[in-house]
Write a protein that binds this ligand. Sequence first.
Ligand code: F6P
Length: 538
Amino acid sequence: MNDLAWDKVEKDIFANKDISLRDLFNDDPKRAGRFTMKAAGWTLDYSKNLVTPSLLKKLVSLAEDSNLKQAINDMFAGEKINKTENRAVLHTALRNLSDDPVMVDGKDVMPEVRAVLASMSEFSDNVRKGKWLGYTGKKIKYVVNIGIGGSDLGPVMAYQALLPYTKRSIKMSFVSNVDGTHMAETLRKVKADQTLFIVESKTFTTQETMTNAMTARDWLVEKLGSKDAVAKHFVAVSTNAEEVAAFGIDVKNMFGFWNWVGGRYSLPSAIGLPLMVAIGSRNFNKFLKGYHRMDKHFATAPLNRNMPVLMGLLGILYSNGYGAESYAVLPYDQYMARFAAYLQQMDMESNGKSVDKQGNRVNCTTGPIVWGEPGTNGQHAFYQLIHQGTRMIPCDFIGFCHSHNMVGDHHDKLMANFFAQTEALAFGKTSEQCRSEGVPETLVPHKTFDGNHPTNTLLADKLTPENFGALIALYEHKVFVQGVIWNIFSFDQWGVELGKVLARKVLGELTSERRTLLQHDSSTNALIAFYRDANKRD
Ligand code: F6P
């Protein structure tokens, strides 16, 4: 991180260490308006943050001094900013709905992007209209997506979020875990002759996905009695045509993408195929339009009026200035139940780094821990700690003015809680207030709320495909901003490799016919021996 610019931020924090949201609001009756902005269908109220106009200016200077503007331009221009993998980072091209070309290695990638989208549309229309027939001539009623990480979390999260737009007669399932239970329980719910498996893997070598895909293939062949059935019941989404063919899927039933799409950023690529089958190509295009609107905002708005930039800077303020270890994402919408899980990969796999771009130890803490649950469930679980615990946990509250299910007064109650929580977190309840309410003196400390807990409020009209696409892009760019300021590479994930390599070795040791000489530490050796004994292996 840029020391000089950060010093100025830190000095400001120190000079205002008694900063109080109550005072900030009392001193400036127009604060809410001043600290609210709109972009791509979303309103962000960031007034309930521990910031003054002067601190914000210093944070924006930090972004400027970190060459953020140049970094944004480089990403959109297809520069190879993923240096450790020598790749461009162009998920923005996947939803580029303008006529502008996007160049990678001197070639415009947009014709290929559009061609894949067209073949996805054709395919999903065929499945939805019952034109894609299984091996025995039956229409598809069940779709099972097989993938993991970015090839699962995005599709399953977005499918759940956009459930009101889905064709309900097609039953979707998502299998990711290599735990056989996941596949076994899914196969119990589907009929082979009406099931389509979409195998999604950027590399097509991921252990979990390939194991699940092989189990599904064996099951299908056994149920339908012929290997020829595979062609009618399996399609693939991958960058690796060779492996797809080796698995036995006809490459004409493969939807491609490119190495400049990171796994956790791949939802708007062909990885979104199960979503497109569920919501249809028109809604999928609206979803892309939302992404594109936020992309345009991010690429063109000045840094001090740029939603992803402001959210990124506020996150840095709390991580690096206040030592906050995590932030909570709290969508007040049941359809967004998996949103926090999706953001965990996006944020933690991107910015969970401790070495800077020059290969040195970073001079600051980096990616935060992301977690959350939909409101109001969290209020009856972990909000106690946010309100009265000893840790600072900044929160993003995400809500909608209209529900898809206007059942009685549910939505008004949901949103009353939504607004009440950010108010309670910001302003708390003083001991004087408690006393004036007649709270006995012994209980006053327990019933006092310090307040001053920072929150962002993100509000949109309704959870539509377009608004949802824009929201995902907002978080993608927020993560990017933070990576730039921390001076780390956000688009590689070397940290997942070691465990994968060791697991391959251990698998051999667990399953070999005869015991091999174990050369791990004494704990791992003993655990492997224990497992072999339990399974009566020699
Ligand atoms: O967990 C590591 C990872 O490489 C993720 O980045 C990726 O999304 C996931 O595995 C799945 O990879 P693939 O799509 O190649 O199967």
